[in-house]
Design a protein around this ligand. Sequence first.
Ligand code: 13P
Length: 300
Amino acid sequence: MNTSEIVNKAWRKGIAIPGFNIPYLPMMAPVIEALRDTNSFGLVMVARLEWKKFESKSLEAISAEYQKLKDENHTRLHLDHIPVIDEDGIRVDFEENISRALDNGYESVMIDGSRLSLNENIECTRNIVEIAEKYNVPVEAELGAVMGHESGRMPSYDELFESKKGFTSPDDARRFVEESGTDWLSVAIGNVHGAISVAGKQEKKLEAKIDIEHLAKINKLAGVPLVLHGGTGIRRKYILESIKHGIAKINVATAIRQPYENALPRGVDVAQEAVYRAMLDLIKDELLIENSKDILFGEE
Ligand code: 13P
């Protein structure tokens, strides 16, 4: 099964496919090991900011490591956030990055035009959909503002949540999916990314809420699997409710990065063990996806 079929099946069956970010290459082994040991399924992924600001080196280095460690019963390789305009306001050659990923065996890719106007976001995404189609690879796009990656103080979370500032508009979501042809849509519904700035990256991530009513409205109109970024620290009841309303893929970074970084002074082995333990907690207690591989790869 390719990643498109797997995510579509998860969407129909009400199971989450987690995507785990790899900001340091040695994190990949315990991520895959934990997925295999719990008979679950997940995506191994890297975002541009992780080779720019962390130590995953490059999309090629991640792909090479993945080819060594992969287990096709439990994993696929995904390219996370390639922004058109990055978290520092710099314009990125997103086409070049994504084309290189497609040539390097990535099995799904994300174009992030969320800092653009609706029309520009549609245009950039459609462009990537046309390129990825030639590789038979699904595309994820983002609409709305999932905050947290920018440096500087975030506005008050409660105010953001109450005002729905930056939330994905359900009507825009319908138009966006129709006109861009994206396979999956990342939405802003109260979720925020864990901080990655030097000042904020070690801070405990805030407990984000999800506006389930708002998500339900998007889900009615979008018609494609929806993606929840900022998976760290969202309470389980929100995660489980959101899966009932169209969320099929959940991105998780901070919950495995911080244990790795905190344990690293005691050695890479100790840090890998910390990632493995964090993965077991996520799989068994937060996302409840133990044995999801059997459902995803089993009979309809
Ligand atoms: P967290 O760091 O909050 O888990 O978010 C991860 C993410 O959404 C990466 O795309």
